[in-house]
Every structure is written in C-alpha cells, then in structure tokens.
Ligand binder design. Sequence first.
Ligand SMILES: NC(=O)C1=CN([C@@H]2O[C@H](COP(=O)(O)OP(=O)(O)OC[C@H]3O[C@@H](n4cnc5c(N)ncnc54)[C@H](O)[C@@H]3O)[C@@H](O)[C@H]2O)C=CC1
Ligand SMILES: O=C(O)[C@@H]1CCC=N1
Length: 269
Amino acid sequence: MKIAIVGMGNMGSTFANGFINSRFINPTDVLIYTRSKKVLEDNRNIHKLSYRYELDSGIATCDIVILAVKPQDFSTLADDLKKFIHQDQIIVSVMAGVSIDRLKKDLLVTKIVRSMPNLPTQIGKGMTVFTASEELDRKELFIIQNLINTTGKSVYVLEEHKIDAATAISGSGPAYVFYFMEAMIQAAISYGFEPSQAELLVKQTISGALGLYEANSLSTQDWIAKVSSKGGTTEQAIKYFNEEDILQKLVEGVNRAKAQSELLGKQTK
Ligand SMILES: NC(=O)C1=CN([C@@H]2O[C@H](COP(=O)(O)OP(=O)(O)OC[C@H]3O[C@@H](n4cnc5c(N)ncnc54)[C@H](O)[C@@H]3O)[C@@H](O)[C@H]2O)C=CC1
Ligand SMILES: O=C(O)[C@@H]1CCC=N1
C-alpha cells in the first residue's frame, strides 16, 4: 500500500511519522508533498527521496492521499491536485470544516474520508474522529481505521456534522487544557514558585487527576466532591468558579469553536 501526504506541517509530519514508526507502512511507500525543504531536517527517519516539491504523477500511484493543508489553502491545492488523482484512490482529509461534498466536487473523486485528529497524535496518544463517503466499502474503512490507529485512538461516526463537533472537543481540546494549565502555572509563579517548580506542580496534578479518572468509574462531579472538603480550600475556588459561571463560559467557548468549524466549511466553498 502506498500513501501520499500533501502538506507537511504539524499534522502531515505527525501522520507520516506515525505510519512509518508503527511499521504499518514501508518508508519507501510514502510520498511527501511539501513546499519547504526544512521538513527534511525535522523528519530524519523519512528518506529524502520520499519528498516532492510539486504535485506530480507519482500521486496517482498511491492508494491513499492524505490532505493536511490549512482549509484556506484547499481551493488552490484542489485546482492542481484533481489533475493527478483518480476514482480508485481514497482521499483522507484532516482539514477543519471542509465537507465531503466539497471535497468530492472540487477533486472530482468519490472515495472520501473526512477526519479530525488532534495534536497528541504526535506521540501516539491522538484522538481522531472520522466519517466517510458511502463509496468506501467496509474493507477500505477498516484499512483507514487501522492506519489512523497508528497515531492513537479513533471513533467512526456516521453523521458528518459530528466532525464539526469533534473539532471543537478533541481537535481543539488540547489547547483548552494548556489554557487551564497556564492559569495554574501563572498563579503558582505569583506565589513565589520557580517557573520549573510551578510547571512540575501543574503537570503532575493534571496527570494525577487524569490517572484517577481513568482508574475508576467515578464522574468528574464525584471527583470534585472528593477533593472538596467541607469548609476547606477547594470549595472556595469552585464556589467562585460557579458564581462567575466559568463552566458555562467554557462551554460557550467550545460552542464557538464548533461554529467556526461550520463557518470554515461555508467560507472555503
Ligand atoms: N494543528 C492541529 O492541532 C490540528 C490541525 N488540523 C487540521 O490539519 C490541517 C493542517 O494543520 P497544521 O498541520 O497545523 O498546519 P501547518 O500550517 O502546520 O501545515 C500545513 C502545511 O501545508 C503546506 N501546504 C500548503 N499548501 C500546500 C500545497 N499546495 N502543497 C504542499 N504543501 C502545502 C504549508 O506550507 C504547511 O507546511 C488544517 O487543515 C487543520 O484544520 C486538524 C486537527 C488538529
Ligand atoms: O484550530 C484549528 O482550526 C485546528 C482544528 C482543530 C485544531 N486545530
């Protein structure tokens, strides 16, 4: 099986490395289409002969073509790409917002997978939600799922609108966690901890909390109650968060990410 990856930024290089490191794909069976030669230095396990700096007929020899450019770059890419691809290939998009209909219309092919990974795919801990056009058969879907699973976990959804929802939850989600970490680190530094100590306190706390959550069947609410002693410290923080409606504000932020994913789909038409 041969795979082409178009766009070698965060996601493109993550997928290329995931496939190769897991030995799911032979390094010589990956073609990388990139604009920048710098990626050669950043991805040393990928052979330099795998790189192409312009789209060419090599892409037609691939079974799967992964599109990992920004949604805003898709129109320009599609004009060029449609000359080199054909109906037997499976096109896998990781672009936020770009719909299956749009991919079909602009690329003139029908086997489309629309997926939404996230950045922890870089370390094999990714969460990818994907859906596919009805032209893919079960065997092809199975191959795609196995491929995605080399970068972490995956969930297949039938309804395409859930990809916009997943974009707001798991796609953008790592940034929300880092945002919360930033608040805790800033507070710790303001109390006099060295930045490295502040980072350790927060890192270990987040990882410990997640460990607890994974090891038991208790809900997040149950865990909050366990940490909050009556008349104690945590209670004061949670009380303030509730008074300021922080939870609802966070939900509103996630809603906005989802709306943007839907809007990107309309804007890039
Ligand atoms: N960064 C993230 O956490 C996630 C990103 N995505 C999606 O992945 C896609 C890529 O995002 P990133 O990797 O973060 O962006 P990026 O900007 O790091 O990478 C995109 C790369 O594509 C290249 N490119 C653009 N047009 C090209 C063309 N015609 N031929 C070859 N290369 C071309 C650019 O030079 C750039 O290196 C986006 O559509 C985004 O919505 C999805 C999930 C998570
Ligand atoms: O922010 C973005 O548009 C992309 C999609 C999900 C994560 N990063």
